[in-house]
Write a protein that binds this ligand. Structure first.
Ligand code: KMH
Ligand code: ZN
Length: 271
C-alpha cells in the first residue's frame, strides 16, 4: 500500500501579494488541483477565497470549485472547516452540508499567530456529530499534545469512527513548533490503527515532511503550508511542491497511493 499525498493549494492566510502563483478563484484552484493530481496527489484539501482574496465559507463558491475539480479528475475532496480566522465557526461548519468525502475538524480554540482560531467545545461536538450523520470523514488537526487528548475525548464520546485520521500540524505560532522532537512526541502518542500525516508550516516543511514519511506517515504539499521551494526561492505554483514530495517518497522506496487505494487506506465513505 502506498503513501497518500494531499495537495493543499491555497490555505487561509497568504495572498497573491505573497506568492503570485497562489490559486484563489475556483478556476485557478481546480487547475492547481488537477495538475497536482497528475503528479500523484489523491486528496485535495480546499480553502476558498472571495473576490478580495479573503477566506470565505460561501457554499456556492465551494460547490462550484468542487464541481470544476470533479469535471477534471477523480481526486478525493477534503474541505477545510478551518476556513480562516475571520470567518465565524457557525458559518464554517455549514460547509459539511455539501457532503465532501472528508472535512477537517479542529478540536480546540487556540492562538494562531496574532489571531484567534475559534473552535468552541460545544461547536466542535456539534460539527463532529453532524459529520457522522452526513458520513463525512474528519481529518483531525492537532497542533499540540493537548489537542490529541481532546480528540480522544471526542472519540470516547462516540463522535468519531475508526480509523481516526490525524494531521499533526507543527509550526503555527500558538501550537507546537516544527521540530523533530515535537513530531516524534506526537507520533508516539497517536492511538493504534490510526492514519496520520505531518503538516509542517513554514521553513521546516521539507525536513519534517521527509521525517513524517520515514516514520510511516502520509504527506501533504502545497502553498498552504509553505510559499517557498527552498530558502529565498518562492515556489512557482503548487505543482513543484507536490512533485518534490512525490519524489521524496519514491526516494524512500515508498509507492504513491492511487485515488482508489486512498479510498481503501482512509476508509472513505462511499459516494
Ligand atoms: N493552515 C492550517 C495551519 C484547517 O484547514 O482546518 C490551519 C487550517 C485548518 O487551515
Ligand atoms: Zn487548511
Amino acid at each position: 500500500m502506498g503513501v497518500v499525498i494531499t495537495v493543499a493549494p491555497t490555505g487561509p492566510i497568504a495572498t497573491k501579494a505573497d506568492n503570485e502563483y497562489l490559486p484563489t478563484t475556483p478556476e485557478e484552484i481546480a487547475q492547481a488541483v488537477y495538475e497536482s493530481y497528475l503528479q500523484g496527489a489523491s486528496v485535495a484539501h480546499l480553502h476558498f477565497r472571495d473576490a478580495e482574496q479573503r477566506p470565505t465559507a460561501d457554499l456556492q463558491t465551494a460547490q462550484r470549485t468542487m464541481d470544476l475539480i470533479a469535471e477534471k479528475c477523480p481526486i478525493h475532496i477534503q474541505l477545510s472547516t478551518g476556513v480562516g480566522l475571520s470567518v465565524d465557526f457557525e458559518d464554517r461548519e455549514k460547509l459539511v452540508e455539501l457532503r465532501p468525502r472528508m472535512a477537517t475538524l479542529n478540536p480546540c480554540t487556540m492562538s494562531f499567530g496574532m489571531g484567534e482560531f475559534r473552535n468552541p467545545p460545544l461547536g466542535v461536538r456539534r460539527l463532529a456529530a453532524r459529520m457522522r450523520e452526513l458520513d463525512v470523514k474528519p481529518e483531525l488537526e492537532v497542533y499540540d499534545t493537548g489537542h490529541l487528548d481532546a480528540v480522544m475525548r471526542l472519540y470516547g464520546e462516540g463522535l468519531l469512527a475508526e480509523p481516526l485520521q490525524f494531521s499533526i500540524v507543527l509550526g503555527v505560532a500558538g501550537g507546537a513548533a516544527a521540530t523533530a522532537d515535537n513530531l516524534t512526541t506526537m507520533v508516539k502518542r497517536l492511538p493504534d490503527n490510526c492514519v496520520w500525516q505531518i503538516i509542517a508550516i513554514g521553513r521546516n516543511n521539507l525536513p519534517l515532511t521527509a521525517m513524517g514519511l520515514a516514520l510511516g506517515g502520509n504527506a501533504r504539499a502545497g502553498l498552504e503550508d509553505t510559499l517557498h521551494l527552498r530558502k529565498g526561492e518562492l515556489a512557482p505554483g503548487n505543482t513543484p511542491l507536490v512533485r518534490r514530495t512525490v519524489e521524496l517518497a519514491k526516494a524512500l522506496d515508498l509507492s504513491i497511493a492511487s485515488v482508489d487505494e486512498t479510498e481503501q487506506l482512509l476508509n472513505l465513505p462511499i459516494r
